[in-house]
Design a protein around this ligand. Structure first.
Ligand SMILES: NC(=O)N[C@@H](O)C(=O)O
Ligand code: NI
Length: 174
């Protein structure tokens, strides 16, 4: 899909440059899940490393945990960011079912709206968990097959707030 990297008046779109996803940088927004370094526990007669309890899951007092599968169309960089959303009632984790990289866009909350977004590129093998209420872009695979297991809240509320940007951002590779 081609799109003009400029506003209606012809001005260049504001740009966000991707950064490598690290647990430290991502901590205000959520958790990075990866089987790196020594496991927390060796199980199954020492044949399996358990990287134990690595995500701050939160499904609220009246929700429950659900696992869904998402099959998302791969996107490409530069990427046109037009909307961020958040889930006020629960966390949301995205676990790729292939060793592929995906784009994770998040933003701090500024008086009920997203602040300046940040764009993270995952390494193959990394998964993420978004904290409850964190502004984020929708699931954005960058490679096929775009297949993810998603762990999020199942409940009766809509649990979705969208914010469409007045001016889109152009997300480019760092
Ligand atoms: N809406 C939905 O189920 N998916 C989004 O929450 C998303 O973050 O992709
Ligand atoms: Ni979401």
């Amino acid at each position: 899909m081609t799109w003009a990297a400029e506003t209606a008046s012809g001005a260049p779109l504001p740009r966000i440059v991707t950064e490598q996803l690290t647990a430290e940088a991502f901590r205000p927004f959520g958790d990075v899940l990866e089987a790196e370094g020594a496991p927390d526990r060796l199980i199954n007669q020492g044949l399996c490393g358990r990287f134990h309890d690595r995500a701050r899951l939160d499904f609220g007092p009246d929700g429950r945990a659900g696992i869904s599968l998402f099959k998302a169309e791969p996107r490409a960089l530069p990427y046109r960011l037009e909307m961020l959303e958040r889930h006020p009632d629960g966390s949301q984790a995205f676990v790729p079912m292939s060793l592929t990289s995906f784009l994770v866009i998040t933003a701090e909350d500024k008086n009920g709206r997203p602040g300046t977004p940040r764009a993270f590129l995952t390494q193959p093998g990394q998964a993420i968990n978004l904290l409850r209420g964190t502004w984020h872009g929708v699931l954005t695979p960058l490679e096929a097959p775009g297949l993810f297991a998603v762990f999020d809240r199942i409940g009766t509320s809509a649990n979705l707030e969208e914010h469409w940007l007045d001016t889109p951002f152009e997300v480019t590779r760092g």
